[in-house]
Design a protein around this ligand. Structure first.
Ligand code: CA
Length: 227
């Protein structure tokens, strides 16, 4: 899952980014409203953390403009403590939630997970494909009852595949949702990580159906053998 942080206070933005990356999210930061709006419009994010007071365009205008353009991405608005009235305005402009500063990272993470879980986005925490099971809240993965240890990036990639089970995903789409803007992406980065995943979830289970499929010329998918 890929998140955009639009926040002009570098310290706050950087520490949120660091925390979220530890949780397996791909994260980009825009330090002003203009860059933030451009990124939000051009890239394919799963959620935006949006500061209210920003140089360039403020958070409220960014939110209003995105909604006007039928962009319904979940938005969490960050407000300073004394901006109570602005909070209400923020929600009226189409933000999904707000959090007043200072807040704990745990609180922010809980809000993010809640938003990504909303029924309208249909994002459950427990994902499965045949006998492969993933819990995106405690980071556990198992196949046929055996625990599988994945790196953070492998986990994010598998999560993205599972959330789009039986759907072919192009390399570009995978990169957009699993890697952030500044990542060093080589032409074969996705192949390499798909290879790592296969070594952990398919290869050791030789008697079982292969779950990760390559669709030549199109991309990859994880396929439920029972469907
Ligand atoms: Ca600010």
């Amino acid at each position: 899952m890929r998140i955009l942080i639009i926040e002009d206070e570098h310290k706050i933005a950087n520490s949120i980014k660091q925390g979220l990356e530890q949780e397996g999210f791909a994260v980009d930061i825009a330090y002003n409203g203009l860059d933030g709006y451009d990124l939000a419009s051009a890239e394919d994010y799963d959620l935006i953390i949006l500061d209210l007071m920003l140089p360039g365009i403020n958070g409220m205008d960014i939110c209003t403009n995105l909604r006007k353009r039928e962009n319904h991405i979940p938005i969490i608005m960050l407000t300073a403590k004394n901006e109570t009235e602005d909070k209400v305005l923020g929600l009226n402009t189409g933000a999904d939630d707000y959090l007043s500063k200072p807040f704990s990272f745990t609180e922010l993470l809980a809000r993010i997970r809640a938003l990504l879980r909303r029924p309208n986005t249909l994002i459950p925490n427990k994902l499965e494909c045949g006998d492969l099971k993933m819990n995106s809240q405690d980071f556990s993965v198992s196949r046929d009852g055996k625990e599988i240890i994945l790196s953070r990036k492998e986990f994010s990639l598998l999560e993205y595949l599972l959330r789009n089970k039986n759907i072919i995903l192009s390399k570009e789409k995978i990169i957009d949702h699993v890697w952030n803007y500044d990542s060093d992406i080589l032409p074969n980065t996705v192949e390499v990580y798909i290879g790592y995943l296969r070594n952990k979830i398919d290869k050791p289970f030789r008697s079982k159906a292969k779950l990760i499929k390559t669709v030549r010329g199109f991309g990859y998918k994880i396929e439920d053998p029972n469907v």
